[in-house]
Design a protein around this ligand. Structure first.
Ligand SMILES: Nc1nc2c(ncn2[C@@H]2O[C@H](COP(=O)(O)OP(=O)(O)O)[C@@H](O)[C@H]2O)c(=O)[nH]1
Ligand SMILES: [Mg+2]
Length: 237
């Protein structure tokens, strides 16, 4: 692994979002990748958080800004009158929309996570993918991640099912364990590498249609994307 440079010394900044049901291990994948930490207690993520890590791809310093959020917000456990309830729901819908679009804005990569021991989290992948597609550039690099692969005796979603879903939807695919630190580095590094390939090819090609990812044929348009700006006098994040 190449050495780290100073915090603000990087060639590219890429925003990557973590999505998937609550409890699948998004926050632990993030802490494993950015701090090499794992937490056995489930602490729900409040609002939106992000963490960064810098890594080397093809001799370039890539700063990954990874966003993490709560998969589902829970309604407050208090009794509300009908009117209060109405206002609460309207406000919630409004806030949810605002937060959702801010969350996805400028993302050039995504890890869509499910829990291999809970089939329902795999069934919900469809919904997450729709939301992602509704809010991001069609050429975003997406990896489907089946997390908790260490719980071998509890597996409810086979590797084959994950893989074929990913193929059908043109996503990358990996099974990970945030607990055992299996494939976590690989999953993030693969997404960042594919983004970098697209971006660097794009600058060589002069930003036209030619930037395709060899394996998946995915393309990404980062021309107008502040998060993927090459750091030549741009504002730092
Ligand atoms: N066995 C196992 N448990 C995990 C793994 N990743 C997360 N967990 C546990 O699953 C629960 C939810 O994890 P968390 O990261 O908070 O999920 P999030 O809601 O998607 O952010 C916690 O109790 C974690 O300790 C994993 O790879 N293996
Ligand atoms: Mg979380």
């Amino acid at each position: 692994m190449a050495g780290y440079r100073a915090e603000d010394d990087y060639d590219y900044l890429f925003k990557v979002v973590l999505i998937g049901d609550s409890g699948v291990g998004k926050s632990n994948l993030l802490s494993r990748f950015t701090k090499n930490e794992f937490n056995l207690e489930s602490k729900s993520t409040i609002g939106v958080e992000f963490a960064t890590r810098t890594l080397n791809v093809d001799g370039k310093v890539i700063k990954a800004q990874i966003w993490d959020t709560a998969g589902q917000e829970r309604d407050p456990q208090i009794l509300l009158s009908k009117t209060e309830c109405f206002y609460f729901l309207v406000l919630k819908k409004f806030l949810y929309r605002a937060i959702t679009s801010a969350y996805y804005r400028g993302a050039v990569g995504a890890l869509l996570v499910y829990d291999v021991t809970r089939h329902a989290t795999f069934e919900n992948v469809d919904r997450w993918l729709k939301e992602l597609r509704n809010h991001t550039d069609p050429n975003i690099v997406v990896m489907l991640v089946g997390n908790k692969s260490d719980l071998r005796h509890l597996v409810a979603v086979s590797t084959e099912d994950g893989k074929s879903y990913a193929e059908r939807e043109s996503l990358y695919f990996m099974e990970t364990s945030a607990l055992e630190a299996t494939n976590v580095e690989n999953a993030f590094a693969e997404v960042l590498t594919q983004i970098y390939r697209i971006v660097s090819k794009k600058s060589v090609d002069g930003g036209d249609e030619g930037a395709s990812v060899p394996a998946q044929g995915e393309r990404i348009n980062v021309k107008d994307d502040a998060s993927a700006l090459k750091r030549v006098g741009c504002c730092s994040g």
